[in-house]
Design a protein around this ligand. Structure first.
Ligand code: UDP
Length: 403
């Protein structure tokens, strides 16, 4: 089990001291986080880290998970898609299931929620809990991890009436927020530098991973780690690689993503990618297990350049992960990638395969630039996108709300 002090090796002791200082006035504060799953997905991932770290700092932090049923999950999946802009149906039966599940869960956790000084409700699944806690003592915050910039209106209209009862909302990026009549806060996502995905690996392990997949460690390699999703533009990445290869014939491309068997669209994208890749011996399509964090870590370290040529993106954690491995990232000029790829400094923002190819060629001809940008990239993540920064922002908010 990691402790806060372990992070000092990465962030410096000052950051850790600052966390203790911030926590000092709110030690003993009762804080409850509520979401709808303990494993799987980014929210669970972050709570797995944040809640124990808050506890270690003396905060009485708890993590509660609401239990649903099939109709509830069907409804909240529609919410998720609808909030991201898809036209989805809202049937009365599903909405009744959503409300009923929240009512039942409120019965179970009412005393914990009503007693809490601060309750963080993550995403739309547990939003109506507030209605069933009439004697709440503390402040309730809606923590939205979803891009709400272009929601399907009927879905947002329905959910907004629950959000209005909250004291504040938190979004990941300014572009993701909706206007609401209470305070809005911004907390960007982060990575854990000590997790298997991001911890330092020795050169032997990196080499072993390359050899395991038949990647030639002596030749240049560009990498995109992504689900096989059209918005991640894997075909555009292949086009960029082919254009760049005319100038750098030894170039290799690795597209690493999860097995897409339970996602019909993922399967279709993967087939298309395979067809476009044809039998290119320098193009590696790797289907990795969901827990292949160390393999992804090693591939990111083995790459000369990391690509994330998305045409639409939320935050883009793969960008942070690549930057943290001291790699310049060539990223699509969209969403959270724009916050991370500082054009010409930590990488390049591109809009077309041609643009990406130009930047690949530019960098591979200038190893000193790769080194220089990579160094800046790692420092940029150290300053801005590590879990300690996210924890600091949570503590600041809790201090502010607790006064
Ligand atoms: N990831 C993974 N295995 C895969 C593909 C992606 O572990 O096969 C990880 C990746 O390293 C990153 C996250 O899943 O941590 C993807 O987050 P991101 O914000 O980049 O994209 P999303 O998939 O949420 O759109």
């Amino acid at each position: 089990m990691l402790t806060i002090q372990d992070y000092a090796a990465v962030t410096g002791q000052d950051v850790i001291n600052h966390l203790w200082q911030l926590a000092q006035p709110i030690q003993g504060m009762k804080v409850v986080h509520v979401n709808s799953t303990r494993i799987g997905g980014g929210v669970a991932e972050i709570l797995t880290k944040l809640v124990p770290l808050k506890k270690e700092l003396g905060i009485d932090a708890r993590w509660e998970v609401i239990a649903g049923n099939d109709r509830f999950y069907e409804c909240t999946k529609n919410f998720h898609n609808g909030l991201q802009g898809k036209e989805v149906p809202l049937s009365d039966t599903l909405l009744a299931a959503y409300e009923e599940v929240n009512k039942d869960n409120a019965e179970e956790m009412r005393s914990v929620l009503e007693e809490a000084d601060i309750v963080f409700i993550h995403d739309p699944q547990p939003l109506p809990l507030l209605e069933w806690c009439p004697n709440r003592k503390g402040k309730w915050i809606w923590r939205c991890h979803i891009d709400l910039s272009h929601p399907h209106r009927p879905v947002w209209k329905y959910l907004r009436k629950y959000v209005l009862g909250y004291d504040a909302s938190i979004f990941s990026l300014p572009d993701f927020a909706q206007s609401l009549p209470h305070n809005l806060y911004l907390v960007a996502p982060s990575i854990d530098p000590l997790s298997e995905k991001n911890m330092d690996l020795d050169a032997k392990e990196v080499l072993k991973t390359q050899l395991q997949f038949g990647i030639d460690p002596e030749r240049p390699m560009v990498l995109q780690v992504s689900r096989f999703d059209r918005f991640k533009d894997p075909v555009g990445v292949i086009q960029a690689y082919r254009l760049a290869k005319t100038f750098v014939p030894s170039l290799q491309l690795v597209l690493a993503g999860g097995g897409a068997t339970d996602d019909p669209e993922g399967e279709a994208v993967l087939s298309q990618v395979r067809a476009v890749a044809h039998d290119d011996p320098d193009l590696y399509i790797l289907l990795l297990a969901p827990d292949a964090h160390r393999t992804i870590n090693a591939l990111q370290r083995a790459a000369d350049i990391v690509i994330q040529k998305s045409v639409r993106e939320g935050f883009g954690l793969t960008v942070t992960e690549g930057l943290w491995k001291a790699k310049p990232v060539i990223g699509g000029n969209t969403g959270g990638i724009r916050l991370q790829v500082l054009n010409h400094h930590t990488g390049f923002l591109v809009s077309t395969p041609e643009g990406a190819a130009l930047r690949i060629r530019y960098l591979l001809k200038r190893p000193e630039k790769i080194y220089e940008m990579g160094r800046k990239a790692r420092e940029f993540v150290r300053e801005n996108f590590l879990i300690t920064r996210q924890l600091k922002e949570h503590l600041s908010l809790m201090v502010f709300l607790g006064i």
